[in-house]
Write a protein that binds this ligand. Sequence first.
Ligand SMILES: Cc1cc2nc3c(=O)[nH]c(=O)nc-3n(C[C@H](O)[C@H](O)[C@H](O)COP(=O)(O)O)c2cc1C
Length: 200
Amino acid sequence: MSQPYILVLYYSRKGSTAKMARALAEGVEQVSGIEARLRTVPAVSTVNEATAPAVPEEGAVYCTEEDLRHCSGLLLGSPTRFGNMAAPMKYFIDSTSGLWLSGALIDKPAGTFTSTSSLHGGQETTLVTMAIPLIHHGMLWAGIPYSHPELTSTTEGGTPYGASHVAGVKGNSELSTTELKLCHEQGKRIARLALKLHSA
Ligand SMILES: Cc1cc2nc3c(=O)[nH]c(=O)nc-3n(C[C@H](O)[C@H](O)[C@H](O)COP(=O)(O)O)c2cc1C
């Protein structure tokens, strides 16, 4: 049997959520016995199926149904758009009815992460609403516990609902030390939970 993996599935247009995804994957990889698999989803347009290339020009490759079916846990990331996940991620999730029907994701741990331009631009609403379809799938949504002191002291991103990043108006700021730490911790937590549930 192949090594268990946490699927780190993200959409990113300007690169901030992609940076977070790589940091979360680093956290996953710090836990022995499990690895991270980075995947993305294509952008959408009115003629989506006709225009998306089979392989993206940069970043992770596109996620398949099999990547999702066989994961031991999921970390789902999207930029915040009007306080909610971006349409390409929702579009992908809406294609997963087959997995819902077969119960393939039941009892697997899941976390959500997001990037915004502004501090109060809707990180928490995005993180919570991204969890809703995962809960429909029977997944066990986990955030970041307050045992991490950065959650209390942060003046940047980092929430109990999941990792977050304030990318700024230009959208190009680097992850702060606090944001990076909490990405690592969330990655580690989902990896550990997956291993515990796997052996149960
Ligand atoms: C259509 C649209 C809506 C957005 N809505 C919000 C928002 O509600 N709050 C916010 O702070 N930023 C908002 N942004 C900014 C993005 O969340 C921010 O630039 C994010 O870091 C982009 O992530 P990416 O670099 O992974 O694409 C929006 C951007 C777009 C294009």
